[in-house]
Design a protein around this ligand. Sequence first.
Ligand SMILES: Nc1ncnc2c1ncn2[C@@H]1O[C@H](COP(=O)(O)OP(=O)(O)OP(=O)(O)O)[C@@H](O)[C@H]1O
Ligand SMILES: [Mg+2]
Length: 353
Amino acid sequence: MKHMAEKVKARAKAKAKQREEIEPASSPQTAQREYYKAKYQTLEDLPGVGPATANKLRALGFKTVEALATAPIRFLEQNGVGEDTAKKIVTAARKGMALEYINGLELQEIQKNKLKMTTGCSPLDRLLNGGLETMSITEFYSEFGGGKSQICQQLAVMVQLPEAEGGLDGGCLYIDTEHVVRPDMFIRIAKFRGLDPDEVLKRIIYAEAYTSEHQAELLSNADEVIKVNNIRLIIIDSLTGHFRAEYLGRENLAPRQQKLNQHMHKLIRLARAFNAVAIVTNQVSATPDSFFSKDPVPVGGNIVGHIAHTRIYLRKGRENLRVAKIVASPFLPEGEVPFRITSTGITGDELGV
Ligand SMILES: Nc1ncnc2c1ncn2[C@@H]1O[C@H](COP(=O)(O)OP(=O)(O)OP(=O)(O)O)[C@@H](O)[C@H]1O
Ligand SMILES: [Mg+2]
């Protein structure tokens, strides 16, 4: 028993020392991130991973230690990685990222890594209590023309701002399922913010998803792209469009929900592993439920709703006026604010809220 207590003490001491070593050289925010950073840089650095296993893991979509640390062991086993190996390497990857059992103080330390990024629209920032939080998913849903894609395109630029200006000094990964993204919109938003449009475009990594399967595959293979490009914002616009079109009929509801569930889990794991903001958009459906509800109901039902995240409904107003309403959030109170869609992005300062 005594031996165990000593071991725990020694480990805490070593961790504290590790933190001390990091802190003097960096700003408080970078220091927090260093604490969270993986100890192992490549898959081959992990104990017990040789070239063959590394290749297999890459083929399964785990190209970085960060992604592996949040991988379900069962998924690796189901895909031909031996049970012992799967357990060993995921555990090692988790240890390297402090994703093991931790005490409350250590949890507090990790939670400090959560950052907020501005939306560039002050009423929305106020609704979000300062901005969008990293390591969590925010969903915008509305009927067509609600402003979802406009918000996404603005965020793809805002994330690039330095932290002092409310950004995350990172890139954006944009998975577009509806072929709506237009570079000239990014250019207009960038110019309006006084940024070099070419530099901004370079940091937006774009992929068009042609089917739901392709969409899921793009995300499953995203970890290396995220790491190499310092992606701090992952957008899936729209999350549900393909799923809704492909899985028609009641008999396909269960498989659709299962796929959506896996997709959302992958997204939250990536957001946690890379301390990134995750944004999904969603349409509304005309389900019988909406008869009883004042607001339309988002597509995806319980699965999309069950993964704890912030859901924001966008309601159309006159002309370019919109209202954003928090419908559910694990950490934000309910509320709503107006904003406007303009040719240089979304704004609302003049609305005085
Ligand atoms: N320059 C502009 N000035 C004012 N309003 C604009 C401007 N450009 C676009 N809009 C408005 O933005 C709306 C399109 O918004 P957006 O594409 O973000 O909708 P969405 O919620 O993504 O819709 P969908 O469900 O079809 O994907 C248009 O209907 C238009 O009203
Ligand atoms: Mg859209």
